[in-house]
Design a protein around this ligand. Structure first.
Ligand SMILES: [Zn+2]
Length: 114
């Protein structure tokens, strides 16, 4: 029952942890819908401190966006309803902007480096 957010996400495809570089079994980000990159954040749409149990895959930068645009109380209110989060102009703008970025793009590693 518990420990659902170890490494076994709700991915329909078998996930091989050793294939670090292969883009196998990527799960789409809950917020922006792009495939997730190397780092997948298992985000609680309803904050843990508010009793949230469900987790969704997200990019670090996408989670960050939610954190700066919503308070815990607001996140709790929206819950799993990502459409209502996307209705926020700032979030909408971010998602449109990040749509062309690479999955591993983060604001902190601004310049292209690989
Ligand atoms: Zn994302």
């Amino acid at each position: 029952m518990a420990r659902k957010h170890s490494k076994h996400g709700p991915s329909p495809v078998a996930y091989d942890e050793d294939e670090q570089d292969a883009p196998v079994a990527v799960v789409p980000c809950w917020l922006c819908g792009r495939p997730t990159g190397k780092t997948v954040i298992w985000h609680h749409p309803v904050p843990k401190s508010r009793g949230g149990r469900d987790v969704v895959p997200m990019h670090p930068i996408c989670q960050q966006t939610l954190m700066v645009n919503f308070t815990n109380a607001e996140l709790q209110r929206h819950g799993m309803d990502v459409e209502s989060l996307l209705a926020n102009p700032a979030v909408r703008k971010f998602v449109d902007w990040v749509a062309n970025k690479e999955p591993d793009f983060t604001a902190t590693t601004a310049k292209k480096q690989r």
